[in-house]
Design a protein around this ligand. Sequence first.
Ligand SMILES: Nc1nc2c(ncn2[C@@H]2O[C@H](COP(=O)(O)OP(=O)(O)OP(=O)(O)O)[C@@H](O)[C@H]2O)c(=O)[nH]1
Ligand SMILES: [Mg+2]
Length: 349
Amino acid sequence: MTFVDHAVVQVSAGTGGSGASSFARFKYRPKGGPDGGDGGHGGSVFVRADPNLATLLDYRYRTVWKAERGEHGKGKTKTGASSDDIYLPVPPGTEVRDASTGTPLGEVLRPGDTLLVARGGRGGRGNARFATPTHQAPREWEPGEEGEERQLELVLKLIADVGLVGEPNAGKSTLLSVLSAARPKIADYPFTTLEPNLGVVGLSESRSFVVADIPGIIEGAHAGKGLGLRFLQHVERTRVLAFLVPLDAPDPQVAYDRLRREILLYSEPLHAKPHVVVLTKRDLLAADAAVPVLSAPDAAGQLAISSASGAGLGELKERLWTFVQAARAEEPAGQDAWTESESPTSPWP
Ligand SMILES: Nc1nc2c(ncn2[C@@H]2O[C@H](COP(=O)(O)OP(=O)(O)OP(=O)(O)O)[C@@H](O)[C@H]2O)c(=O)[nH]1
Ligand SMILES: [Mg+2]
């Protein structure tokens, strides 16, 4: 499933500080040499890939980003302070374009990758710089250079690793909410989920995968019943599937078979995609009841969990991670070919 996330933000770099025009003053020499210092550089604006982010949602709330201007130069050849650069954190994989022209400015793929999007203005020179043997008392000074301003378009394309498939109320959104920071709507009525939700499941800093929760699939979905059809198209592009079957279903085996059949009727390639069976709501089984084992010959494994009690969630994460790794390894080379990470470099030497 590919999700496209867009945001448009206004960025402005800081203007450089102006150079100073000043002359040294001594007690007995009213007019010393020129000593006006240079202005400081204005702060630049960068976009930087942050592995803790999965969406561009933050940019719906904050659309204006401004770096500070540089300080003006002072007497005694004191250079004004340069302002700090600012960094816009975005999820790895974000492309950056100039929103007004559509020109691509670059992309940040790997965590830490950094792209300069608005250069801060250079500080102006103070009058001390203009002194020459024949021009010993210059009054000239330069204003700071303007900082760049631009409207940026951020575009993120994400392919989900795991698609959660299940009938309405199977507990798909609840599972996503306990595995990730995503907060999809959850309720005890069918078709609570109307649009796919995405979440990033992190096991450690370097191990994470993306899970997509889609609306529930009902019998007849392949023929357009319910909401499922539109979203089945989306799960065709996830790497692996997890079929969720609630343990409070009248017959979990029947529920699983119905789901498999529905997927097969919709698309054979989707049916053939690697999948695991996740038996949900284990807490609803009587404490002494055995967890049923479904007949699921095509599945890579099955596991019972409870999003309510947390039972089995740690193991599920580990197993999904291994499963996703195997699927990623099967993919033709190049899909994951990150470019070399660029270290943040100040635009000013
Ligand atoms: N007891 C118990 N209830 C659960 C568990 N997981 C989910 N539920 C409940 O089951 C109901 C349905 O959960 P959802 O996560 O909305 O189900 P869904 O599969 O996303 O449903 P749709 O979006 O309608 O397809 C809610 O009332 C949840 O609180 C669980 O582990 N134990
Ligand atoms: Mg849901």
